[in-house]
Design a protein around this ligand. Structure first.
Ligand SMILES: [Cu+2]
Length: 79
């Protein structure tokens, strides 16, 4: 499962995955972003254009970009 970071948004903003799925974010924007869990369970380094970050989910979670907190995303875990 890949989530693109484009135009100051996570695309798609919400994804539904099976438990144990690894999600990868790739920054396709021209600006630096991060992927930071609201509950602190994961946090990326600064992601420049082309950089990637991945995390394996066993629990659902919501996250933001730590640089632009209006950027929000959600992971729904099923199974
Ligand atoms: Cu950002």
């Amino acid at each position: 499962m890949t989530i693109r970071i484009v135009d100051f948004a996570f695309e798609p903003e919400m994804v539904e995955i099976a438990v144990g799925t690894t999600v990868e974010w790739v920054n396709e924007d021209s600006f630096t972003h991060t992927v930071d869990a609201d509950d602190g369970s994961f946090a990326s380094e600064d992601l420049d254009t082309g950089d990637r970050f991945s995390f394996q989910f066993t629990e659902p979670g919501t996250y933001i970009c730590g640089i632009h907190p209006s950027m929000m995303g959600a992971i729904v875990v099923t199974g």
